[in-house]
Design a protein around this ligand. Structure first.
Ligand code: GCV
Length: 665
């Protein structure tokens, strides 16, 4: 077989030990012709042969070899849906699951444990998913470009056509191996040809794609253009309460499901950044989402409605106007009116995937509505997959955040998993970081975010370090010392990026539109804005009760903490408060000195990352090593640029010199 032209990321199995036995597959209660079971058997065979050199014989063949081990897959209804129990012993391994996906995830768990160093007889785990929905959102356009894509072009679309090839199947394998069960293939900004994905022109290809995904337990979803009745239906309205519009949708969705029975549903971005939506007709977001929810209900489909709704052209001269407030202001009022097959998808922070933001007050602020957490592993504001930035610690902080929405089950993980409200629809979605680059993620090390998101969405209890260690073991199989170095690089990387870019929760200061590199006053939507509101005395946005009042959108405990600059966590100080440069931080440093020190340190620590990478050169495959090394070169330029621009800006603004007398340009 010809070697594929792309890497196998964490599924590139290295020989762990040389076992001398033969495996026989035994199925109890599942059939080998069930699509997902067939995939599980295929994956087991492929992995075991590569990892141990042991042969796996077909289910039907009677094993004759004396030293036969069995891989026994048993249906066991007491195992939760999509969960598994695996246990190895001298005779082989037993995997119990109640459904096909559970079997597939169990097989990948066995593979993971062996790839991470266990022998087959030591394999053991009982697991079930924390979240019902674990999704990837592609922002792929049909011309092949990817909005906020940093790893090449789309592998789903090219020249307005849908691509299906070996890469499609490999993609599905990767996703299943980390527990992903839903994929939205097209950009939430649905324009041009993408509006026609729900027409006959694309049904055949979409059906094939949904089947390939289906073989790996993944449901296909599409982003939907809310104005489809106008754009493809020739109507003059898309008012969600207009009965002709509703009829149009009913016919359309029937047509779609006749052809795509495996479709999971739709993701919708409405009334945001130029996208059409119910506000045009004086309707609420709930009116729009519920109308589509009702139409899709007979097909068991779901509507995932994004809460990233804000007025991007708002005038920032008015100090009461605050983009951070928008999500809560628009969605809280209708809490309890969203229908039960509608899920609100909420970005982790109230702004837009900055290196540090508070958790969105909508998460848990809604108490009667299905909710889903949206994070971004595409590194739009976190270094474009040039700079190293392992994002799992950030996601962990969000999941562990106490919202105070419930006396016991009040973390974001509780809320989105359904534990708080006892609902069954919720979960986590990530804006994905893949493209058709040879290594899928541009920077080989950015695959840790891809792997990590999937693993975390399946098991929110895993730590960022555990995930990093698994990913390293599966991808590079390094000796302990080098694995420790790489693990430490990943774990340090987010704070390093934060230090040299925009610390203390201020965010932004990034080039408008491009979002890479510094532009301290950069603001994309109007000449009036800056995100930081710095003047000659201080910096930061007053979001307390004396300012925009954003802090009051949280439950009392958090509202109080954020409202007061002396109790507000310092890493978010400038998000919530306008602070004088002479303000003393807990370290005893002034704010301005902290800004200088942070940027100098961040740049130095970025250099340490690059030299750590150099120190493990001999143990990393040469091509991967060189690709990453090149990126570190660019990261260092970026870190220097940030350090110099930010420090000189604030030196000039404040007129206060660096106590340490370093050169500030
Ligand atoms: C897909 C940010 C990004 C946009 C993105 C938008 C969204 O504003 O810069 O590219 O659009 O978020 O999440 O919808």
């Amino acid at each position: 077989m010809e070697e594929s032209k792309w890497t196998k990321m964490w599924l590139d199995y290295h020989r762990i030990y040389d076992g001398g036995r033969v495996w026989k597959m035994v199925l109890g209660g599942f059939m080998e012709d069930q699509a997902v079971i067939a995939s599980a058997i295929f994956e087991f065979k492929r992995a075991i042969e590569a990892l141990t050199g042991e042969q796996v014989i077909d289910v039907k063949k009677d094993g004759t070899a004396g030293n036969l081990r069995t891989m026994c897959i048993k249906k066991q209804d007491s195992v939760p849906v999509e969960g598994y129990r695996i246990a190895g012993n001298e005779e082989g391994i037993v995997l119990e699951a109640s459904d096909e996906r559970g079997v597939l995830y169990g097989i990948f768990a066995i593979i993971r444990q062996i790839a991470c160093g266990k022998r087959a007889e030591e394999v053991a785990e009982v697991a079930s998913p924390s979240n019902p929905l674990r999704m990837m959102n592609h922002w792929d356009n049909m011309d092949g470009s990817i909005e906020r894509g940093y790893s090449g072009e789309s592998f789903f679309f090219e020249k307005d056509e849908i691509l299906i090839n070996d890469r499609t199947r490999d993609y599905a394998r990767f996703m299943a191996s980390i527990g992903i069960n839903g994929v939205v293939i097209n950009n939430v900004n649905v324009k041009g040809a993408a509006s026609y994905l729900i027409t006959d022109k694309y049904f055949d290809r979409l059906e094939s794609l949904s089947e390939i995904f289906g073989d790996y337990g993944i449901r296909l979803y599409l982003s939907l253009n809310f104005a489809s009745p106008i754009e493809i239906g020739g109507m003059d309205s898309c008012d969600p309460l207009d009965k002709d519009v509703i009829k149009w949708w009913e016919d359309k969705i029937k047509e779609v499901y006749d052809r795509l029975p495996l479709l999971g549903g739709f993701l919708v971005k409405a009334d945001s950044e130029g996208r059409p939506g119910p506000f045009t007709y004086g309707r609420t977001q709930a009116d729009g989402a519920n109308m589509l929810g009702d139409v899709i209900k007979p097909y068991d489909g779901i509507i995932i409605w994004r809460c990233f709704v804000y007025n991007c052209t708002q005038d920032w001269r008015d100090t009461k106007t605050d983009r951070a407030r928008a999500g809560y202001d628009y969605f809280k009022e209708q809490d309890g009116t969203y229908h039960d097959n509608v899920i609100l998808q909420i970005k982790n922070g109230p702004m837009d995937f900055q290196i540090r933001e508070p958790v969105s007050p909508l998460l848990g602020g809604l108490t009667k509505t299905n909710q889903m957490l949206e994070v971004q592993i595409a590194q739009e504001y976190t270094g474009h997959q040039i700079d190293l930035c392992y994002l799992i610690p950030l996601f962990k902080e969000v999941l562990d955040f106490h919202t105070y929405c419930d006396p016991e089950k009040d973390t974001v993980a509780d809320v989105v998993s359904g534990r708080t409200m006892g609902n069954t629809l919720g979960g986590m979605a990530a804006v994905i970081n893949t493209g058709n680059d040879i290594n899928w993620t541009g920077n080989d090390l950015a695959a840790a975010n891809l792997y990590g998101f999937g693993r975390l969405s399946y098991d929110t209890e895993l730590s960022a370090e555990q995930i990093a260690r698994e990913w390293i073991a599966m991808t590079f199989k390094l000796p302990d010392k080098e694995a420790d170095i790489l693990c430490s690089m990943l774990l340090r990387s987010r704070e390093i990026y934060e230090k040299y870019s925009s610390p203390l929760g201020i965010g932004w200061m990034v080039t408008p539109n491009g979002h890479y590199g510094p532009s301290v006053d950069g603001y994309e939507y109007s000449r009036w804005g800056t995100y930081h509101r710095a003047d000659h005395l201080g910096i930061g946005v007053d979001r307390s009760d004396k300012g925009t009042g954003y802090a009051q959108q949280y439950y009392e405990e958090n509202a109080k903490m954020y409202n007061d600059p002396t109790t507000c966590p310092e890493e978010l100080l400038l998000f919530f408060h306008h602070i004088p440069y002479t303000w003393k931080l807990k370290t005893g440093k002034t704010l301005i000195q902290h800004i200088y020190d942070s940027h100098f340190e961040g740049e130095e620590e970025a250099r340490d990352l690059a030299s750590d990478w150099e120190s493990i050169r001999d143990l990393i495959p040469a091509e991967a090593f060189d690709r990453v090394k090149e990126r570190f070169g660019l990261q260092l330029d970026n870190a220097r640029e940030w350090r110099d621009q930010v420090n000189s800006y604030f030196f000039r603004k404040s007129g206060i010199a660096d106590e340490k007398g370093r050169t500030i340009y």
